[in-house]
Design a protein. Structure first.
Ligand code: NAD
Ligand code: ZN
Length: 677
């Protein structure tokens, strides 16, 4: 680059960085991830290194934070609050360590105090005579904002500590918010239609820098002490680690994961080990801070414009990056749910390369307004699957394309229906859809379903690939010759599998219904359906209304059951299964002469001696049906304490109401039921 180009770039970088600083430090609303910002800073540093005479004191490389805003009173720090130099890899850390040893003229390893780099905002607490007199933000390092009233609401900031009356001390540390509180606060903001915070750091900063301390009080914040400014009238420790122990004795919370490490290897090991713990911590950390432990050595090393020479922040891989959405594809799962997956320009996030990011469902896409071509902020924290946090609207290219839900399944062409309540779009192809087939077979064979021992994913995939199996009924047509011919399937495994299939033919109606994988029909519902209908043909012929009279079957489940049995290809598969010899004993159900046969009850409120489930079991055992809502056909409403709307409805429809006592009498002697409903 020519000198003129460098000059231009320098000016552009400074302007852009200053804007980011303002958004980050003053508004608590950054528009780019830290990694992006760090890259700009590095570029600026490189130009300034090439032209040292261009460095001015107001360059972002020479300054800290941003000047205090006018919302708060200004506080002068007795000792400036500086930033930290960064290392982004082991080589950079090694270079730092070499510089330290050179400056100190030492060959032997340096002892460092290692602790997390908390990702929050720095605060300085001034205690006078042991009483909290003032709390200030870092501001531009020399002058910060007075946030005393807000900081007083933080539980982990002691109001008074045991110090001499004539002492005056500045204790520095970080204010952070836990992931849990962050999620809760954003949920609250979303419900109210307010803007959400991009990450816990901004939430912590935004919560602390509030005009109204009541708002701060409603946001759970934590304070970790890690350093010292001015200290008068106390007996000071001689090491950094000594200060931490001192803080702890006075009642401050300090980093739990901290250690004195000697030399490079120990430092690297600490960095690696904390990196592994990172995902499991309650709050964000973005690196390890290493500080020369000896305070005498710290003094000898001193400061440069914006950071001490005796400390470095060795960052972890960034958990947030910007990338571009190249395309969006829809994946089909077992239940036919179509999940939109964004194919993004691969980026390294949180230590891995991310190329695919789930968008969950159409609602999510609409809420975030993600389009193909958009620049997005991607986050992957620890083991958590990568997600798109937000779109950068200012970077949207003019040809960005809206994402449309396909009308038909990308795998089988069946119609796609969008379930408005659950925001899920599904392929209606059922067992016919190849994408759903593999997962459906796995479900069919699973332990609580047909329990086909030894039929794992490996074999299912192979059977499908070889076209030996298309639908679940084909499993029962597998023959020994076909199986033995498969790679890695010996005669013994083939015989075992055929044996398992044979055994699985003897089942129960409940298991069979569950195995079919009807939407919303879990084991319990399958069992209820079996007990109620006792016969597969009767169930397949049942209307939605009839289905709804079954225990724990509401309108949604009824609709799914009905829709499933109406699909001709599902009927074909069922016929195939029955033809293969699957059978079950007729489920025990209420006999016609059971005392409450033909009667329908609804239960509401709290009963004194039993749960509603128990009450329901007692009634079904006597041959009654228990349903969820009161209608004209209801025999009686069993109403415990606090019956509510069902009670009102029963009274309106003239349905008899049994209180707890009457209900107990009924169970005792069911034949006394005096109603012809
Ligand atoms: N995204 C953006 O637009 C944007 C803008 C400005 C700054 N930033 C981020 O902030 C960083 C630079 O900012 P900085 O100078 O405010 O701080 P820094 O994060 O580089 O380092 C200094 C700060 O680390 C904190 N810290 C946490 N744990 C500590 C510990 N154990 N000991 C000492 N200090 C500890 C303190 O608050 C201290 O002020 C950048 O690297 C960037 O990631 C981002
Ligand atoms: Zn399909």
């Amino acid at each position: 680059m020519s000198e003129a180009d460098d000059r231009k770039r320098l000016a552009a970088l400074r302007a852009e960085i200053n804007q980011h600083n303002f958004r980050y430090y003053v508004l608590d609303r950054p528009t780019v991830p830290d990694a992006e910002y760090d890259a700009l800073m590095r570029e600026l540093e490189a130009i300034e290194a090439k032209h040292p005479d261009w460095i001015t004191p107001d360059s972002p490389t020479q300054t800290v934070g941003a000047p205090p805003s006018h919302v708060f009173e200004t506080v002068e720090h007795q000792v400036p609050m500086l930033s930290l130099d960064n290392a982004f890899d082991a080589d950079e850390f090694t270079a730092f360590d070499r510089r330290v040893r050179e400056r100190l003229g030492r060959d032997e390893p340096i002892t460092y105090l290692a602790e997390p780099k908390f990702d929050g905002l720095a605060i300085s607490l001034t205690y006078e005579g042991g009483v909290l007199a003032r709390a200030a933000t870092r501001g531009d390092g020399r002058r910060g904002e007075d946030v005393t009233d807000n900081v007083r609401t933080i539980e982990t900031v002691p109001y008074s500590i045991d110090l001499p009356v004539d002492s005056r001390i500045e204790i520095r540390g970080e204010v952070v918010m836990t992931h849990e509180s962050f999620a809760e606060i954003n949920r609250r903001a979303e419900r109210r239609g307010e803007k959400v915070f991009a990450n816990p750091r901004n939430a912590a900063a935004g919560s602390l820098r509030q005009k109204d301390p009541k708002v701060t009080a409603s946001r759970p914040l934590h304070f970790f002490a890690y350093g010292i400014g001015a200290a008068e009238g106390i007996e000071a420790p001689e090491t950094q680690s000594g200060w931490l122990d001192w803080f702890e004795r006075l009642g401050f919370v300090v980093a739990e994961h901290r250690d004195r490490v000697e030399g490079l290897e120990a430092a690297q090991a600490f960095h690696a080990s904390l990196g592994e713990k990172r995902a499991g911590l309650a709050f964000d950390i973005d690196g390890v801070v290493f500080k020369v432990d000896s305070l005498a050595d710290q003094q000898r090393l001193g400061f440069v414009a914006r950071a001490p020479r005796w400390a470095i922040a060795w960052k972890f891989p960034a958990e947030e990056k910007l990338t571009q959405v190249r395309d969006v594809e829809f994946q089909v799962g077992r239940t036919g749910a179509l999940t939109p997956v964004a194919r993004v320009e691969p980026v390294a996030v949180g230590g891995v390369t991310v190329a695919n990011v789930t968008l969950h469902n159409m609602d999510e896409i609409e809420r975030k307004d993600v389009r193909v071509g958009d620049w997005v902020r991607v986050r992957r924290a620890g083991d958590v699957i990568p997600e798109i946090i937000e779109v950068l609207p200012e970077k949207r290219p003019p040809d960005a394309r809206k994402i449309e839900l396909p009308d038909s399944c990308p795998e089988c062409g069946s119609e796609v229906l969008r379930d408005e309540e659950q925001a899920v779009a599904r392929c209606t192809g059922g067992l016919f859809c190849p994408a759903q087939r593999r997962e459906a077979i796995r479900h069919f064979a699973s332990r609580k379903a047909m329990d086909i021992d030894g039929l794992g994913e490996k074999w299912i995939t192979l059977f499908l690939e070889r076209e030996l199996v298309e639908h679940v009924d084909d499993l029962f047509r597998l023959n020994r010759d076909d199986l033995v011919a498969l790679p890695r399937m010996g005669a013994k495994s083939a015989d075992n599998l055929l044996d398992s299939l044979e055994k699985a033919k003897e089942t129960t109606l409940g298991r069979f219904l569950y195995a079919l994988g009807i939407r919303e029909v879990g084991e319990v519902t399958a069992e209820s359906l079996a007990r109620h209908f006792r016969d597969l043909d009767a169930l397949m012929a049942a209307s939605e209304e009839e289905l709804q009279t079954v225990e724990d079957v509401g309108p949604v489940v009824a609709r799914h059951v009905r829709a499933f049995f109406q699909q001709p290809h599902n009927r074909e598969v069922i016929d195939g299964l029955l033809a293969a010899g699957i059978h079950w004993p007729t489920p025990e159900g209420p006999a016609d002469d059971a005392p409450l046969a033909g009667k329908t009850f609804v239960i509401t409120g709290t009963l004194p001696d039993m749960t509603r489930d128990e009450a329901s079991d007692r009634l079904t055992a006597l041959g009654a049906k228990v349903t969820g809502s009161v209608s004209k056909k209801t025999t009686a409403l069993v109403a415990g304490e606090a019956g509510g709307s069902k009670l009102d409805k029963a009274e309106k429809l003239g349905v008899p109401v049994l209180d707890a006592e009457a209900f107990a009498r009924l169970l005792e002697n069911p034949s006394t039921l005096d109603t012809d409903r």
